[in-house]
Design a protein around this ligand. Structure first.
Ligand SMILES: NC(=O)c1ccc[n+]([C@@H]2O[C@H](COP(=O)([O-])OP(=O)(O)OC[C@H]3O[C@@H](n4cnc5c(N)ncnc54)[C@H](OP(=O)(O)O)[C@@H]3O)[C@@H](O)[C@H]2O)c1
Length: 262
């Protein structure tokens, strides 16, 4: 039997598959893949000659122990219905759709289930993968899954009830941060300087990267960072006062909208 099956090779499916191979935890020969657009399978074969491709989702599911379901949320149930007769009691379904519950999947498939929320940051082997297991998953299976995920991220086990907020903080956050930085850049562009957009973007991105490095490598708290930069009576202090006054309402509103959508 092949170790790992992938169903769906889009943004997340390709990131996980390529990340697992690159990390060296698994080889292409240990993977079988199926996706909707069959021509994509040829490209994957060219890139990873030893990889196994399946004619349909059921074949991928039948031949693998761990099956990563990486299709759009609205397609998950259709795919599970398609593969359920190809699963055994030892199959492990790993679903990355935040809006589909473990219970939904167990009800449909009667097998072992893992809920996983990856983050785009795993493209550079950074960030956090969130996981939650149903009771049928053994310690050995959980250890194997975490060995895979540790190759591309840090792993955090959380309760399924906490997935909503945690997903915002790890998986949606790259999109949120990019949107915030874009507003920062657009506002800088409105300030009538001779700096080009490229100059401004370079300054912002490099400084954001450096800030994240200082926070993580020196275990510096947010308040310590603010204190170190915002000298009393200086310019940063004035800017921070504006954020403190304006941003709580904006972020509360954002969480209200996004958490309601879950
Ligand atoms: N994007 C993120 O940052 C992120 C983060 C965490 C979780 N997620 C979750 O990850 C899942 C996938 O998201 P994504 O961003 O990777 O979406 P995506 O880029 O649209 O990829 C979806 C893939 O599913 C494949 N597919 C669709 N229907 C199929 C079927 N019936 N059988 C086999 N394959 C099928 C598509 O195949 P073809 O391309 O071959 O047509 C496509 O490759 C979603 O549930 C999403 O909520 C996404």
């Amino acid at each position: 039997m092949i170790q790992i099956g992938f169903i769906g090779y889009g943004s997340m499916g390709s990131m996980l598959l390529q990340g697992f191979i690159k990390s060296g935890v698994i080889t292409p020969e240990e993977i079988i893949i199926s996706t909707r657009t069959k021509s994509k399978l040829e490209d994957i074969k060219n890139k990873y000659p030893g990889i196994n491709t399946a004619n349909n989702n059921s074949d991928a599911a039948k031949n693998a122990k761990y099956i990563f379901v990486c299709v759009e949320p609205l397609t998950v149930k259709e795919v599970l219905a398609e593969i359920k007769d190809s699963l055994s009691s030892e199959s492990v379904i790993i679903s990355i759709a935040g809006t589909v519950s473990i219970k939904n999947i167990v009800d449909l498939t009667r097998t072992k289930v893992v809920k996983l929320i990856p983050s785009l940051t795993s493209e550079v082997s950074e960030g956090i993968s969130l996981v939650c297991y149903n009771e049928q998953i053994t310690d050995e299976e959980a250890t194997y899954i975490e060995a895979l995920l540790n190759g591309i991220s840090r792993v955090k086990r959380i309760k399924e009830d906490d997935f909503g907020l945690a997903t915002e903080l790890t998986s949606c956050a790259p999109g949120f941060f990019a949107a915030i930085l874009d507003e920062f850049v657009q506002s800088a562009l409105r300030q009538n300087s001779a700096l080009s957009q490229k100059d401004i973007e370079d300054m912002v991105i490099q400084t954001f990267y450096g800030t994240a490095k200082v926070l993580t490598e020196q275990h510096m708290s947010f308040s310590e960072m603010v204190r170190r930069v915002a000298t009393k009576g200086g310019i940063t202090e004035e800017g921070v006062k504006v954020f403190n006054a304006e941003l709580p309402e904006t972020f509360d509103k954002m969480f209200e909208v996004t958490l309601n959508k879950h």
